[in-house]
Design a protein. Structure first.
Length: 428
């Protein structure tokens, strides 16, 4: 079996697509494996709509700077499936991944399971065999019924900002979505919350009360802000000043803050020892591909030197809002015309996604996402007819870039899907 699995249709054609919401399938496979998830300790579980991956990246970097070994499970991958499983701080190598996949396929037998559930079981078995000081686990989608929630005990849960996304699977109201995300919270546990909508306050309080769990809330128990280019984190017991964070964009301040609050919360509860200087170094050294990342490789060669090319995996209205704000900040430093190369899954709310770019971008080039049902020109045009965008359709990312290659001083943003970002990074 080839391990160029990011494009290997086997891993998408031979597993369940859009399975019903329950944990019975993943628990059955884990049971056949001897329940590796029950052997894990020192677990941080991260749910929410936006910022999960970045928060995990900050945590991984800070823990490593504090001399802890770290295993992590993330999704989706951008270039190779290996990226989903991190062992002792490094992406799993081909040989080890190939071996665990083969073993788990044999144990799975004829049982029907989803791709994500299968990979989650592989990750937990690898974590069992390669014990680390801490395990960081990112929810794939939702929370309560996500395969990662098969873990019986967690030391801490993080709930990043909750907003609309995956409504077909999670529910069409913000409260239904939030209820699913809050499902990762265990009884008698610790939870760090990023900023949340006021309408969710009572739901969150009731959830914590029922589970007798302790929450630490942004704006009440901890805060982070930029003051005269200095980033200041503060909670009841700690004040930390940072000169920089490793990820681009002011929206990453919240994710860095959730990381620091989590580490300090665990320290206060006697679960971990961390050093402020090493936390600052960890935040500054953090990297995470596909998050407001500037390209400088092969794609850059298609356009002239006066143009910037950026990629970001934002794919819902909350995500496009923070990227739109970042473009405004970029324009304050260097004014450029911004053009959007957009590829979005058909189940996304393109109208609300693009509304945030009104007055910020001038033109949209619609491109398909390879092997995915994606929004076409007519759907984009109809959804934005009141927004005054110039819209056209191109066959691919490269064709879109070629169509504007004779223009200067452009800021080109490729976004709408992490799968599109993956395609761009592979081309670059």
């Amino acid at each position: 079996m080839s391990l160029k699995i990011s494009k290997d249709k086997f891993f998408y054609d031979n597993f369940l697509k859009n399975p019903n919401k329950n944990l019975s399938r993943i628990k059955s496979l884990l049971s056949k494996l001897g329940n590796p998830e029950s052997t894990l300790s020192n677990i941080i579980h991260i749910a929410g709509t936006n910022g999960k991956g970045s928060t995990l990246a900050f945590l991984k970097s800070c823990l490593i700077e504090n001399n802890y070994s770290v295993n992590a499970y993330v999704s989706p991958h951008l270039e190779t499936i290996n990226e989903r499983i991190i062992i002792k701080g490094s992406i799993i190598d081909d040989e080890s991944l190939d071996q665990i996949i083969r073993e788990c396929l044999i144990i799975l037998g004829k049982q029907k399971i989803s791709f994500f559930e299968f990979m989650t079981a592989c990750a937990f078995e690898l974590f069992k065999r390669n014990t680390s000081d801490w395990s960081l686990i990112e929810v794939g989608m939702g929370g309560g019924y996500d395969a990662t929630n098969s873990i019986p005990n967690k030391d801490l849960s993080i709930i990043t900002p909750i907003s609309f996304d995956h409504e077909i699977f999670l529910g069409k109201s913000i409260k239904k979505i939030a209820k699913e995300k809050l499902g990762i919270i265990n009884n008698n546990s610790l939870v760090v919350f990023g900023p949340q909508e006021e309408s969710l306050r009572d739901l969150i309080k009731d959830n914590l009360s029922q589970k007798r769990s302790k929450g630490l809330f942004y704006g009440k128990d901890w805060n982070i802000q930029k003051v005269n280019k200095i980033i200041k984190y503060e909670d009841y017991d700690n004040r930390i000043e940072l000169n920089s964070i490793g990820l681009k964009g002011d929206h990453q301040l919240i994710n860095a803050g959730m990381c620091i609050a989590s580490l300090k919360f665990l320290q206060k509860e006697g679960r971990i020892e961390v050093n402020d200087h090493q936390i600052k170094d960890g935040i500054a050294k953090t990297s995470w591909p596909g998050r407001l990342m500037q390209l400088s490789g092969e794609l850059k060669k298609i356009n002239n030197s006066g143009c910037d090319i950026w990629v970001d995996g934002c794919h819902n209205p909350a995500g496009s809002n923070v990227i739109a704000e970042e473009i405004i900040r970029m324009d304050e430093v260097s004014k450029k015309e911004t053009i959007l190369i957009l590829g979005m899954s058909r189940d996304k709310k393109i109208d609300k996604f693009l509304y945030n770019f009104k007055g910020i971008i001038t033109e949209i080039l619609i491109v398909p996402i390879k092997d995915r049902a994606s929004i076409n020109f007519e759907e984009a045009r109809d959804a934005t007819k009141e927004m005054d965008f110039k819209i056209s359709e191109k066959e691919s990312i490269s064709k879109a870039l070629e169509s504007i290659s004779n223009r200067d001083n452009l800021r080109i943003l490729i976004c709408g899907s992490l799968y599109l970002v993956s395609e761009a990074l592979l081309m670059d």
